[in-house]
Every structure is written in C-alpha cells, then in structure tokens.
Write a protein that binds this ligand. Structure first.
Ligand code: FAD
Length: 457
C-alpha cells in the first residue's frame, strides 16, 4: 500500500511558469510542496534548452512576481517595449505607443524566467521538485497519481492530499477531471499555425530594429511579430494559415520560403540569415483555446494556468493570466485561512472563470487587430483619437489595451468597457477625418454626450 500523504502537503503537477510560481506562494505559506514535472531539470548542464523564446510580461505578471519578491530580478533581464512598430510591405514604419509615457510591456526569455523561478522554489524551505516525472493518470477516488519516470520508463504511484494541476494546455490532471460527471470541455484550434524564427544581431550585438518595441508585420491574412533579446537579436513568430495560397502548405522548398519572405517582409528578410534552415527545422505550432468547467474536483484538485484556460497568444496574456491566478489564490488563502480549501476552490473558480473566458475572447479580438486592423490608417487615426479622449478624461476613458495590460481590472470588466468604447468610436469616427477634427466643437460635444451616458467606473 502506498504511504499516506502528510496532512499539510500539497502536490503540484507541472513546473512550468505557473506551477513554479505557485510552489513559491504555497511554500511561503508553510505548506510542504511536492512538484512533479515531465521534463528534465532545465538547469542541468546536459539539458539543451532549445530555441530561445520570448514572452511579453505585463502588469498582472509583475504583480504576481512581486508577491514573492522576484519582480526586480526579472525586470533586470527584461527589455521594456513601450510601443508597437508596424512594418509595411515597403519597409515603412509606423509607431504606436502602448500606453502613456513610462508604460511598457517587457520582453522576457521564457527559459530564463522558468529557471529563475525554479531556483527560488528549490531554495525555499518546503519545496521539492521531481523532474522527469510524467503524470499518466490520476485516481480521483483514492487520491493517487500514476507517474512514469521518463529516464527509467518505470511507472509508479504517489499519493496526494491536495493537487494543483498546472500542467499546461494538454493537462493530464484536466484529462482526469474530464472523465467526471458534468465536466464541460471545449478546445478550438485556429486555422493558423506559428513558426519561430530569428532576426540576427547586428555588428557588435546591435539591434537592427528599434530595441524598445514589439515589431509587427501585419499582412491582412497573416502576420509576423518580433520581440527583442538582450543579445541584439529578435525572436520572430510568423502566424500563418496552415492551408491556402499563402500558407505553410504552400511553402515547400527553401526557394519558396526565400521568395515569399523577400516579397512580403522585405526589410526583415535580409536580417534573417538562418531563415530557411529555421523554417524547416523548427516545428509548426498550433494555436488552441481551451475552456473547461469546473476547475476543481471536490476540495482535492484545482486547475490553474493553461490547464484551466489556454488562450491564443495575440494579447500576450496567457502567462500573465496564469500568474494572476496565483495572486488571486493567495488572496483567497489570506481571506479564508489555509485550511478552508472547499471555500477557496469554489471562490477561485467563480472569480476566475468569467475573467479568463473574457481574456480568451480578447485574445481572438486582438488577433484580428494585429493581423489586419493595425495596417489600416483609419484604425490608427481612431487609436490617436482614443488617446486624446483618454488624456482629456483621465480615469473615465482607459483604453482597452491599457486596462488589459497596465492594470489589474478584472478581464471581464475590461472587455465590457472595451465593447462600450468600440460602440462609441463607431458613432464618433464618421465625424473625424483628421486628428485636428477632434477639437471641433461638434465633435467635443458628441464626446461629452457619449461619456455622460457611460456607467461610472
Ligand atoms: P506551461 O508553461 O505549458 O507549463 C506546463 C508544464 O507542465 C510544463 O513544464 C510541462 O512540461 C509540464 N507537463 C505537461 N504535461 C505534464 C504531465 N503529463 N506530467 C508532468 N508534467 C507535465 N503569454 C504571455 O503572457 N505573454 C506572451 O507574450 C505569450 N506569448 C506566447 C506565444 C506563443 C507562441 C504561445 C504558444 C504562448 C504564449 N503565451 C504568452 C502563453 C504562455 O506561454 C502560457 O500561457 C504559459 O506558458 C502557461 O503557463 P503554464 O505553467 O500554465 O503552462
């Protein structure tokens, strides 16, 4: 028979970004934390990290990292991006600030962030991380994990008392909950995939495009983005249809790739010396939205992060949302005390589900914006007008992007406010042909009238 878990022990499945941060939060509250992770320890010298991948970290993420005292460390190796720079097919650039002066999202290296969180977790009394342990299944009744050691291929079991599933978009913990009664589940794949590529550093490690910006090549039906690295290079991601005349399926040879990139991304392609090798060596990723409910099983199991709510990456919020899960769980533990798991789990999913559903919708919305709308001069004019309204009525008009990215306003509230703002702009923009039109008395009167009808924030 397997030994019984100690009374105050918690188990976390998955030591990715959310699982490693969660282990810190729970250990600092005095819980004994066992973490199981399928991959080998990424800090081991013989483990090849693979490609360098960057993520955009914003306010919700910083708040969660700040809660365990690591925000400053990470900020030192992050690159602030204060705006987006759009590259048109002729290489002309248009810059759009993300927020007001001093606001930025940060480009951080996924591997670095994960390793740093793991260092801290293992340095924290009470945390034990077991690498190379893949969860194969869970017996929810006997509260037992079925694990496989990925080196020896041996299977074994381990008991748990309280299990947190942070094992990502294709979670094994969620798969166990899926077999319980009335568990809702959906997964939606976009017809788009993604490919990670590199813009090389210039001479002496110089950035060949503006360093402090997220670069976008919007092309209507597809787009490429690039985030800066500390070494002067940029990580690019091409978001591209799987099928069709311009698609992954259509680019079969190095010559196809070179011809296509030179034609549609003429300013970037000469700076991508490894383009064709990377294009064929790197996998084509798929893009999925996962929704499910409930996120808990009794007061034994709780899902967080991508395991509960995977979203497409176009708002740069997946990790931020998962980190915010940790902030909220910690607040609920503060409110209810560390033994009231039933109340905490119930309240956690009641609070987080509508917000993460809203974030999933926002991510799809931003896909269309980045792919298509940011290349439209009318849309850019609209964004300038919105910025003017926001400056004239601070607090009464906070742009949607800022609410999502530079605040911790619940995502559902931000989304509702954003939809109201979109409706207002649809009524206002027919009266505006140029930036200066905003000052016209008729337009000013309309803005005043529209804002007077807004619910107080
Ligand atoms: P993961 O990071 O997926 O970690 C899950 C962990 O569980 C992994 O370590 C995995 O090895 C382990 N695991 C999985 N299955 C098992 C098993 N059976 N047994 C044991 N262990 C297991 N988010 C942002 O906030 N900003 C961005 O700019 C951004 N850009 C993105 C770009 C792309 C192309 C993609 C695909 C995503 C992006 N995201 C971004 C989303 C972000 O990557 C995820 O939201 C985040 O990684 C979720 O963290 P997680 O810990 O929940 O899951």
């Amino acid at each position: 028979a397997s030994p019984t878990a100690a009374p105050d022990s918690v188990t976390i499945m998955g030591a990715g970004l959310v699982g490693s941060l969660l282990s810190l939060y729970l250990a600092r509250r005095g819980h004994a934390v066992q973490v199981f992770e399928r991959r080998p320890d990424p800090r081991r010298a013989d483990v090849h990290e693979g490609r360098s991948i960057n993520l955009a970290l914003s306010d919700r993420g910083w708040k969660a990292l700040g809660g365990v005292g690591v925000a400053n460390d990470i900020r030192q190796v992050g690159i602030p991006m204060s705006g987006r720079v759009m590259h048109d097919v002729h290489g002309n650039l248009t810059r759009q600030p993300y927020g007001h002066e001093g606001q930025a999202i940060y480009s951080v290296n996924r591997g670095h962030l994960n390793r740093r969180l793991l260092d801290l977790a293992e340095g924290q009394t009470g945390v034990q991380v077991h690498f190379g342990q893949q969860c194969l299944g869970i017996d929810l009744k006997t509260k037992e994990l079925r694990l496989r050691d990925t080196e020896t291929r041996q299977e074994h079991t381990a008991p748990y008392q309280r299990l947190f599933g942070t094992d990502g978009a294709f979670s094994a913990v969620r798969a166990a909950l899926q077999r319980t009664d009335r568990f809702d589940y959906s997964q939606d794949f976009l017809d788009y995939g993604y490919k990670e590529l590199t813009i090389a550093a210039g001479p002496g490690g110089a950035w060949q495009f503006e360093k402090n910006a997220l670069h976008i090549w919007p092309r209507g039906q597809y787009l490429m983005i690039a985030l800066p690295n500390l070494d002067g290079s940029f990580n690019c991601t091409l978001f591209f249809p799987f099928e069709g005349p311009e698609s992954f399926a259509a680019l079969q040879t190095p010559a196809d790739v070179t011809e296509f990139f030179t034609r549609v991304f003429p300013d970037a392609t000469p700076l991508m010396p490894a383009l064709t090798e990377e294009f064929f060596a790197h996998p084509t990723g798929s893009l999925v939205t996962v929704k499910c409910f409930p996120w808990k099983y009794d007061d034994d199991v709780l899902l967080l992060g991508d395991a509960a709510h995977a979203i497409v990456p176009f708002y740069g919020q997946g990790m931020n949302a998962g980190f915010e899960d940790c902030t909220v769980l910690n607040q609920l533990l503060d409110q209810h005390g560390d033994a009231a798991w039933a109340d905490i789990f119930a309240e956690f999913q009641a609070q987080r589900k509508p917000n993460n559903d809203a974030m999933a919708d926002l991510a799809i919305y931003n896909f269309v914006e980045m792919r298509d709308r940011v290349a439209d001069p009318r849309f850019l004019l609209q964004k300038k007008i919105e910025a003017k309204i926001s400056t004239q009525f601070p607090g009464r008009w906070v742009p949607l992007y800022s609410q999502v990215t530079f605040s911790d306003t619940p995502y559902a509230e931000a989304w509702a406010a954003g939809q109201r703002q979109d409706a207002i702009m649809a009524r206002l923009m027919p009266h505006i042909q140029a930036e200066a039109d905003y000052e016209q008395p008729a337009v000013q009167a309309l803005v005043q009238q529209e804002l007077a009808q807004q619910p107080a924030r």
